[in-house]
Write a protein that binds this ligand. Structure first.
Ligand code: NAD
Length: 360
């Protein structure tokens, strides 16, 4: 079977990583019909927008995309291409896996964590009121009237909506992921002791959903502050974690750090029938065109894509090849060497070559 996949080349180091990843994915033997499209600052200069309509059209048509990093232009009025893609396509689940690979420098050697972050609600909904604006003053007056709580007049306000609908679909996603990937436990994480009507609602819904998986997947709850400490002290007791947007953002970086950093942290944004796979890291503009940075995070995002496409044996083959190349520590980029200026470090495309050679 040939898979139709949109490949978004991104900017900064994006195009180099996209090319390395495309070659590695083809090296698994799976056939792809790539629709290669550009988004980001480079295309903005040519087309006047960092997100040309054909990018979204292509993703809508193919339903699956792999996206290299994209710079968020500062001061252009365009918030973020990455956020725009998630919003436009309602990619409500952000999935980030963190595991330790032998050969990666990390304080831990037994990390195997999955973060499922809600991608559309919470303080990230973009409902913000600037300090001093007439609508902000109006809102403050209204809240003081109906909420009977004083708010300082010189406050800025960000609104945190968390819905029953949004909570249900993300928690169900986490449980389904746990079932399909032979995981044992889902931990729901919030600050519900303080935010009773938003985080509290998230828990209320999570408990309801958990009943549908009773006997198959264990369910537990943790408060976010306690969870940060627990993850640093005993990460091995956690498995799949599901969180509202803001906590999920922070905790997924913590998990990436536990497993050895951004160079190997893959991710996916998944909606009802569309998925966009991308590395956690950004476009690292200072390394643009140098064939220097680590392609592993985007390659591992491609590995997640193979599993999403149900190409399980190709995914296993790729995972074994990546694991071997990293463990050998020979054909790896500078960031995976004991010293960053190690002259034996290879470039982006040479690391991809080594992974492809392992799969032959
Ligand atoms: P970054 O992740 O691009 O880079 C930070 C540093 O991490 C780099 O200077 C480099 O030292 C290291 N690094 C990152 N990726 C690496 C790799 N593959 N191999 C080796 N080292 C790597 O973060 P930033 O500098 O904060 O962001 C740059 C731009 O990327 C910003 O415009 C930001 O908004 C954007 N960004 C995009 C995405 C995305 O496309 N999803 C995600 C995060 C940031």
């Amino acid at each position: 079977m040939v898979h139709n996949v949109t490949l978004i080349r991104g900017d900064g180091v994006g195009p180099e990583l996209a090319e390395a990843t495309r070659r590695v994915l083809e090296g698994t033997g799976i056939k792809f019909n790539w629709d290669i499209v550009d988004a980001g600052v480079d295309i903005m200069e040519k087309e006047g927008t960092p997100l040309p309509p054909k990018v979204l059209d292509s993703i809508r048509k193919n339903k699956v995309a792999i996206k290299a990093p994209i710079t968020t232009p500062i001061g252009t009025g365009f918030r973020s291409v990455n956020v725009a893609i998630r919003k436009e396509l309602d990619l409500y689940a952000c999935l980030r896996t963190s595991r330790t690979y032998k050969g990666v420098r990390s304080k831990f050697d037994d990390i195997d964590l999955v973060v499922v972050r809600e991608n559309t609600e919470d303080l990230y909904a973009g409902i913000e009121f600037e300090e001093g604006k007439p609508e902000t003053k109006q809102l403050i007056a209204e809240i003081e009237k109906i909420g009977k709580k004083p708010i300082r007049k010189d406050s800025g306000i960000s609104i945190k909506p968390i819905s029953r609908f949004g909570s249900e679909r993300i928690v169900r996603f986490a449980f389904d992921y746990a079932v399909n990937n032979k995981r044992k436990k889902v931990t729901a994480i919030t600050k519900a002791n303080i935010m009773k009507f938003t985080d509290g609602l998230f828990y209320e819904v999570a408990r309801e959903v958990a009943k549908d998986y009773e006997g198959k997947i264990e369910y537990e709850e943790r408060l976010i502050d306690n969870m940060c400490m627990q993850l640093v002290q005993k990460p091995e007791i956690y498995d799949v974690m599901v969180l509202p947007n803001l906590y999920g953002d922070i905790l997924s970086d913590l998990c990436a750090g536990l497993a050895g950093g951004l160079g190997i942290a893959p991710g996916a944004n998944i909606g009802k029938d569309i998925a966009v796979f991308e590395a956690v890291h950004g476009s690292a503009p200072k390394y643009k065109g140098l064939n220097k940075v680590n392609p592993t995070a985007l390659i591992l995002s491609g590995l997640m894509m193979l599993r999403y496409l149900k190409e399980f044996s190709a995914a296993d083959k790729l995972e074994a090849a990546v694991t071997k190349v990293i463990a050998e520590g020979k054909s790896v980029t500078y960031d995976m060497k004991p010293h960053r200026d190690d002259p034996s470090a290879v470039g982006t495309s040479q690391m991809a070559d080594a992974i492809i050679a392992e799969m032959k």
